[in-house]
Design a protein around this ligand. Sequence first.
Ligand code: NAD
Ligand code: WQD
Length: 343
Amino acid sequence: MKILVTGGAGYIGSHTLVELLEAGHEVVVLDNLCNGAREALARVEQITGQPVSFVEGDVRDRVQLDALFDWHDIEAVIHFAGLKAVGESVAKPLAYYDNNVAGSLNLCQAMAAAGVFRLVFSSSATVYGPEAPVPYTETLPRGRATNPYGTSKAMVEQLLEDLCRADERWSVSLLRYFNPIGAHPSGLIGEDPQGVPNNLMPFIAQVAVGRRSHLAVFGDDYPTPDGSCVRDYLHVVDLAAGHVRALEAMSSPGVATYNLGTGQGYSVLEMVAAFTAVTGQAVPYQIAPRRDGDLAAFWADAAKAERELGWRALHGLEAMMADTWRWQYHNPKGYRLRVTDAV
Ligand code: NAD
Ligand code: WQD
């Protein structure tokens, strides 16, 4: 299949390109590079030995989308492009609704005009909201999102459900990711956050590589076994494979919603200890106040994806830690400079 991958130069997108190419699909990437790297695409080509067509552009640009669909015979779209920083979304709601909601709307309009009706959408466990009981199952209703980022994901889910109800040519997979971490085992591609990382794993890796002095553990007084928050971390290569499965399983019209997680939760302190145990790298940390908006603990019920897609996470914590470190160690400044180039 020839697949348009929006946001393919980003973290999850680049790993999904590898899985798609290795499964025999052709890819075209559309990315405005606001948080992605051209170098990531070159590395995907290096890993797979296959070419990646790249269009630098924005999902909100309808003229460019029409030209792209005219030029390429696209059969399906995987839509990663969007902004993802929760805190920033509170400060810049318009940017988030514009990018994530207006961008998705524009993409759907261009797809319909081009006669392309298969879409896989990057959603998030955040749509379950703060009141949902754990583990989260797909049968739960969407909850009250606590920030514009979460609301934007819930809005796009709703938009896509309405679209499928109105027009049975559409086939849509809503993939609700839990906490993706890790990197491709080659060490060539991985997560490359701009500025201070918001997320736990890139922060741990940057402390270990000497870019930051210590980790702040946000709260040790939660009602969890060790007092720190619990999350369902999954390897990004497993997550990427889930997209290929979702795409290939898409046969009937309508919306199908899947949690992509492991079903297993780990605390922040367990993650720090596991990183050190696997890599031998110390991660100094200090207990800090709770971070606004954090939930104590959540993890996935991942049974539906296994039952219907034949997908489950294959990598455990050890691989997640080892692969994060391999990427960080060989690319201490992300895609900007490799350690081998520095000497
Ligand atoms: P990322 O920032 O690494 O990748 C997003 C890519 O989209 C970037 O390359 C960026 O340049 C591009 N982009 C952003 N706006 C664009 C636009 N308007 N037009 C074209 N390209 C645009 O993020 P990621 O972690 O790979 O996340 C991918 C998707 O998965 C996002 O939609 C995100 O909300 C969702 N998601 C991520 C996580 C996570 O923890 N990483 C969890 C749940 C859901
Ligand atoms: C994990 C745990 C922090 C950093 C976010 C989004 C969610 C989804 C995934 C997109 C929490 C703790 C973190 C640090 C810490 N993204 N932590 N010190 O918050 O579960 O989910 O990313 O859809 O929507 O909200 O992930 O990696 O930020 O945090 O103690 O420096 O690590 O408090 O308990 P989170 P995270």
